[in-house]
Design a protein. Sequence first.
Length: 458
Amino acid sequence: MANILIVEDEPRMRRLLEISLGEDGHSVHSAEDAEKGLAYLRREQVDLVVTDLKLPGMNGLELLQEGKRLNPALPFVVMTAYGSVETAVDAMKAGASDYVLKPFTMAEMKLVINKEIDVQQVRDENTRLREALGKRYHFQNIVGHSKKMQEVLALVERVAPTNSTVLIGGESGVGKDLIARAIHQNSRRASGPFIKINSTAIPDTLFESELFGFERGAFTGALASKPGKFELADKGTLFLDEIGDVPAPIQVKLLRVLQEREFERLGGTKTLKVDVRMIAATNRDLRAALEEGTFREDLYYRLNVVPIDIPPLREHKEDIPDLVNHFLARFAADSEKPMEGITRAALGVLSDYHWPGNVRQLENMVERAVALSSGPVLDAGDIHLDSVPGKAGAAAGLTTADNFLPEGMTLEEWEDNMIKEALRRANGNKSQAARLLGLSRNALRYRLGKLGVADDAE
């Protein structure tokens, strides 16, 4: 249903439109001239205006112009005689959504009106979704009140309005995608596209065509030209996740795009220009990749204009209660279960866990607890944690009987022993030790600092 205003000086036509559109469930109001129609627009909320162009006094085109000043998004459908098509064209130029030539059938009129109402509903829904998206990814609404996360968000706040390339580092599951979206939604490019690429999901042979597109006949099966992700992200942001896994030949082409903002499609000769902001993310230590020769040094420094390192969840466990409550409210609403909260004992179980999968793992744990809970309050018995040793423990060879810690040893002491064992196996090479433990170089440096081990140059 829509609130429709009809402005028509002929009583029979005005009455016919009122009755016919009213039968379809619309709320219909009418005015016999433009002045009365404009007065109605000033005091009431209207979804659509149907107006004749030939009116006494102020004509329909002037009504259209004044109505657009009051509400630029208000759709107008104009009616005009068959011999006055030029006037209808002028109305379209002034902002009319569509026009109907007299004489017309009510079926024709309803078709045009319903189309405009549908279009307006889509526009309104798009606006609401953009507002909701902006609220969801606004950095002030990201759950993270600890000192470490506040430092990350403060950096996001400073870099978002710029066009600088950002390199986001951190272990898998810490929320790199969320931070990238927050940067985009709080930038001048927020109204543009946000295109995400996961490097590990694209075969090496298809990487170039995915990023830069291809022309027809560029390879077997290329039956038509296709734009790449850089073209699709024009005037917006391109988020390249797992940048450390990009094949070496593509790294050269990426460097050119970042420096020159231009490229050619696969099989093409035309140079294309794009205006794209680049955000990259990795859970690997790219400096170690530089030492190994698997990542280009010039590309690394071009990407690493503004580095943002997101700490693992075990380094800001004070955020766990807020994160749990956030996930609990969301999953309770999704599953339509009347969840009222979580006990201190259950929060204690979650806070004592080491979270190798970080925030993503915590999110999955809360979803599991909500799905399997029998009451409205989550208790310790509803928390089912993964007991399988992670990659770090297996890499260091420190598995424990029955998946429990050795008797008399705390989790912190166990982690310290794993780090020392990894250093021993790596003959003191800290980059290699970090890879054995499944940690980033920065994460290992932090732990070495707690152990009192100097981080000397290797």
